[in-house]
Design a protein around this ligand. Structure first.
Ligand SMILES: [Zn+2]
Length: 140
């Protein structure tokens, strides 16, 4: 039996779908770089690709490979108070939230709780109206 397509709800989990970036020939790193703090942007400006590093999960101790720039962002820049500000566009703020949490799937309700910006119904409409913004799509 084929899985029936379900209209996403405020409880549907979303994430950054990296295949969307590949399909659209867009480089996610450009946006990752924009999200870096001033110090890191300066430190890595001459390194378009710093490669992968071993990331250790503090909970499980499990080692996995992670993009170096994403790692820097997650462990430094995203912890700074101006990482997401009231003037960050909502979609940008959602994108940055996923970068900060290692792209763990979140529902619109959860994003709303984290960001406290627009009502969940508005965020849901924005993410499902047709245009895919920054690869943010429901988890398949
Ligand atoms: Zn930083």
């Amino acid at each position: 039996m084929a899985a029936k397509w379900q209209r996403p709800t405020v409880d549907t989990k979303f994430h950054i779908d990296v295949t969307w970036w590949q399909e659209n020939n867009r480089d996610m790193r450009v946006y990752v770089r924009e999200a870096l703090c001033d110090e890191c942007r300066e430190a890595y400006k001459d390194y378009p690709d710093i490669g992968e590093i071993d990331a250790i999960d503090p909970q499980t101790g499990e080692v996995s490979r992670e993009d170096g720039l994403m790692h820097v962002l997650r462990t430094c820049c995203s912890l700074k108070p101006d990482y997401i500000t009231p003037t960050t566009p909502v979609v940008g703020a959602i994108f940055r939230t996923f970068l900060a949490n290692g792209n763990q799937p979140l529902s619109v309700n959860e994003l709303y709780e984290l960001l406290d910006r627009r009502p969940p119904a508005t965020i849901l409409r924005m993410l499902t109206a047709g245009t895919v913004y920054m690869g943010i799509r429901p988890v398949r």
